[in-house]
Design a protein around this ligand. Structure first.
Ligand code: PLP
Length: 385
């Protein structure tokens, strides 16, 4: 088995657990995305919720990407880290007045609105400031993302987006809101999508909805297809970069854009997941009756994905070259769900070995908590370690 390359000698000095980011891989990923989108009417807004570490954000902003934010504080963080407000989209089902005002004050690119009452509130707040707010309607396309139910967002019985049958009513609201400018339609069907046919289904839907708007006499310069491209969690060493070529080609092929239209993407996971690893140490090896437990010093407070939605992460013992043996890898938190993997093959492990949990750059550090009074994990970067 190939293992990841890590600066073990430097890690030895550090207190575990911590996040380690391979900045070279991040840059290679950003270059791959740029290559597929430059010279096309494509715009990528990086979804901050996947990872809002300032060092990561500054790197992404330096490539000229826009930002997709889901809270007022994310908007402020994005701007602090160098994203241009004119490239910031603001999504979310429950934007508060305070957050809407942050968007208005910073003249962001677009509010992705998810309900009729939201349009009415944005209109009122924009009027107070004498501004016109650009909005895209987030429409629920009823497309199955074929992914875990907690990260599926585009089916009818879902809190996200406006259902198609409510579009006529929504347009009436827009027309009677003088401080709202409708610039586009927005979709986001879910996350960790590896079966690209879900995106083909989405394209069919986007085209039919775009045609419906045209018939209503409404011109939409912005089509936003959200994010969701998955990565290969099983084999991070063989497939360190998501298949951006197939992804962007698919939209190019299936969504023939009209002259005046631009296509917007909101990628999160596929940009940052592969470059991050959670590095921990083996605390104890506990021999059970039928199996052995590898108890590590990282827990669900540091990386909640396995506990929250049974997510798989590839795990490696980066200190040991001994023969492979099966372990259950568990954390120290007082919850049975605090488990990273069951019966996986690892090099025989001993107390103090460094254990890398791979592909943890997305929805890892952003979801840490202080449950059990735990310290928050530090973060280190390959450039500066
Ligand atoms: C979470 C989210 C994204 C990013 O999704 P990924 O699966 O991380 O690419 C994009 N757009 C919206 C509206 C989101 O909620």
């Amino acid at each position: 088995m190939i293992k990841g390359k890590f600066p073990n000698d430097k890690f030895e000095q550090l207190e575990t657990p911590f996040y380690y980011y391979d900045m070279e891989l991040l840059r290679k990923t950003l270059i791959a995305i740029t290559k597929e989108t430059e010279n096309k009417p494509f715009h990528v807004h990086y979804a901050l919720k996947a990872n809002f570490n300032p060092i990561i954000l500054k790197e992404i902003a330096s490539f000229g990407f826009g930002a997709d934010c889901v809270s007022g504080n994310e908007i402020l963080r994005a701007i602090e880290c160098g994203f241009d407000p004119s490239k910031i989209a603001f999504a979310g089902v429950g934007k508060t007045d305070k957050e809407i005002n942050i968007g208005l004050d910073n003249n962001i690119f677009c509010f992705n609105v998810e309900s009729i009452p939201e349009i009415e509130v944005i209109n009122k707040l924009a009027e107070k400031k004498g501004k016109i707010a650009s909005v895209a309607l987030r429409i629920n396309p009823n497309v199955d993302a074929r992914t875990h139910k907690y990260i599926t967002t585009g089916l009818y019985e879902n809190k996200f987006g406006i259902n198609e049958q409510d579009l006529p009513k929504t347009i009436q609201t827009v027309k009677s809101s003088p401080n709202i400018k409708l610039i586009g339609i927005h979709f986001h069907i879910g996350s960790q999508i590896t079966d690209l046919t879900s995106f083909e289904d989405l394209c069919v839907k986007v085209k039919s909805i775009r045609n419906w708007f045209k018939q209503e006499g409404i011109d939409l310069p912005v089509l936003n297809v959200g994010g969701g491209l998955g990565i290969n969690y099983q084999h991070p060493n063989h497939f360190p970069i998501a298949d951006f070529e197939s992804y962007f080609r698919l939209f190019e092929k299936y969504l023939d854009l009209w002259e005046n239209q631009t296509l917007h993407f909101e990628l999160g996971r596929s940009v940052v997941a592969p470059c991050g690893s959670l590095i921990s140490r083996a605390v104890f090896i506990k021999e059970g009756i039928k199996k052995n437990f590898l108890i590590i010093d990282a827990g669900m407070t540091d990386l909640i994905r396995p506990a929250l939605y049974q997510a798989f992460h590839h795990i490696e013992n980066i200190s040991s070259d001994e023969e492979y043996t099966p372990y259950d890898v568990v954390g120290p938190i007082c919850e049975s769900s605090d488990m990273f993997a069951e019966q996986i093959m690892l090099n025989r492990s001993k107390r103090g070995d460094l254990i890398a949990i791979r592909s943890a750059g997305a929805y890892g550090e952003t979801m840490v908590s202080r449950y059990n009074c735990r310290d928050l994990p530090a973060s280190y970067f390959s450039d500066t370690l």
